[in-house]
Design a protein. Structure first.
Length: 360
């Protein structure tokens, strides 16, 4: 079992990683009722075990459809209404049992229901365990703009059991590994080399090695968000690959890519962009691209209109005054955040990766 500590202005909280992590919920006392926000398939497979291990007594599930469409203001309102109908008050606890969508939605509802109730993140995907469940960001999407409406609200606890990753599809599992690779690029040669050497063994059901992966990758984000909780500066580095990635997601109506897949394409593009800006040694760039590619195949981008994708880049919510703060790798373990990137280079990097000009 691994225990990480996140520093937060609202109170520090623990991230528990390992088999049996849900048992940490037994230590949370003083609540009048407990509710679990989750999806029907997850509750059917894991609900009984969760109720037993968490010791929460009579846990009441609130079910939402799977997929990005659940991350909406309308859905948040429905969840809040259901909480009210079931008697949830200001001393109720909400547990978000699921991937990034459930985690973001659950955190948003908890941060706003009766002006805020406590919640716990119980992530069930690689992506959520290493990234989205950590750091207290909550959000819903508005009119195709991802995470446009949200809050910063720290959970009471994050409990990540790698055993639940066994139920992931190969594609969903791979999508999360791309986020782990992103953290490895930010972290440095230690984690990067560890993943390089163990890619064949990183499979659903390989709980022991996945516990190490999740803990090491999560530690990267914990270190960043503990120093910059509300994205005043340092936390921007976690957006590596996300500017291109969000544009790809929006250009395809959030139907073609899983989030990690879009970020993977984004990492390939910013790696090439860093080379074009003479910030990154091409040999290091090739190593980064090789690890991204080693995780698995990505959905096609060859049919996407260049103007459409590039036109969406300034709509990224992290842009300020229309200027994009690009996160560019300068090496393994070193990135630069800069708005000073020529548009021609941005377009060239996209074009070369899209057309396979660069061998990745």
């Amino acid at each position: 079992m691994r225990r990480l500590l996140v520093k937060s202005s609202a109170g520090d909280y623990r991230v528990i990683v390992g088999r049996g992590a849900w048992q940490a919920l037994r230590r949370l006392r003083g609540y009048t009722s407990s509710f679990v926000l989750t999806e029907a398939s997850l509750w059917e497979r894991w609900g009984r075990r969760f109720a037993r291990e968490s010791g929460r007594g009579r846990v009441q599930p609130i079910l939402v459809p799977s997929g990005e469409t659940s991350k909406s203001l309308a859905r948040a309102g429905n969840v809040a209404a259901e909480l009210l109908e079931r008697g949830a008050d200001r001393r109720s606890l909400l547990v978000a049992l699921g991937g990034g969508v459930v985690g973001d939605l659950g955190g948003f509802v908890a941060s706003t229901y009766m002006r805020g109730i406590d919640y716990v993140q119980a992530p069930t995907t690689v992506l959520a365990q290493v990234d989205s469940a950590l750091g207290g960001k909550t959000a819903v999407n508005i009119r195709g703009m991802k995470n446009l409406l949200g809050t910063f609200c720290a959970p009471r606890l994050v409990v990540s059991d790698p055993a639940v990753l066994a139920s992931l599809s190969p594609r969903a599992f791979q999508s999360g590994l791309y986020e782990a690779v992103k953290h490895a690029i930010l972290s440095g040669p230690g984690l990067f080399g560890w993943i390089e050497n163990r890619i064949p063994g990183l499979k659903p059901g390989h709980t022991k090695i996945l516990e190490t992966l999740v803990a090491r990758a999560a530690q990267v984000k914990v270190d960043v968000v503990s120093r910059d909780e509300k994205e005043a500066g340092l936390r921007r580095i976690l957006n590596l690959g996300h500017t291109y990635g969000h544009a790809l997601e929006e250009a395809t109506g959030y139907r073609r890519f899983l989030h990690g897949e879009a970020v993977a394409w984004g990492m390939l593009m910013v790696t090439r962009l860093a080379e074009l800006a003479n910030l990154l040694d091409p040999a290091v760039g090739k190593r980064i691209a090789s690890l991204v590619s080693a995780v698995g195949p990505l959905p096609r981008i060859c049919d996407l209109g260049e103007d459409k994708v590039l036109g969406l880049l300034p709509r990224d919510k992290k842009a300020v005054g229309g200027r994009i703060h690009w996160v560019l790798p300068e090496g393994i373990g070193k990135v630069r955040v800069t708005p000073d990137v020529p548009q021609a280079a941005v377009a060239q990097a996209f074009r070369e990766i899209q057309r396979g000009v660069v061998n990745v």
